[in-house]
Write a protein that binds this ligand. Sequence first.
Ligand code: AMP
Length: 204
Amino acid sequence: MKLILLGAPGAGKGTQAVKLNEVMGLTHVSTGDIFRKNMREETALGMEVKAYIDKGLLVPDEVTIKLITDTLSKIDGDYMLDGFPRTIAQAKALDEVADIDVALNIDVDLNVLTDRISGRRSCPDCGSVGHISTMTGNNCTKCGSEMIQRKDDNVETVKSRLVEYSSKTAPLIEYYEKAGKLINVDGMGTPSEVWDRVSKVLSK
Ligand code: AMP
């Protein structure tokens, strides 16, 4: 299965992606994770995208589309895209290179997102995420690395990310609905409650 995870920043795409990888074996492709790795390693791509990411703005389409087409050309088998596409132009470019089966939209009340994102801690090594309200220690429960707060997970940057989401990414819901590929899932509640719903709709 080739799956797209849609949803606002903080909707829980990364959390559900970890489960989808464990249970269904889908390769997890996160454009955000790839950008952050390049920023840590100070590659040319990392330097190019840093200013956009730090301000909560989308990286230009041509950069992101090239990255994803290169990445997908190296994957043999099923995958899920977490954080791509984020614009209609990206979705159209994806249609040229991949046959997507499902766009799973994790639907949350936008009012909870600021709290979810500002309390979020992320594993820089395996991409797992947690929230300070439920974490018992500061290490990743999956790989043991120290969890960190992403630089763009702060109240100010979240505002720009939500504006970018509403104006450029939310129209993708209609795009995939028209293509007959959209499945909506209620993303409110705990990660395991959301996972129950996700696994149920995907097993149909
Ligand atoms: P994420 O980890 O998915 O929340 O992405 C973090 C940041 O990376 C976003 O706020 C954007 O600045 C950038 N980014 C990730 N994916 C994309 C994309 N498909 N298009 C443009 N920018 C992206």
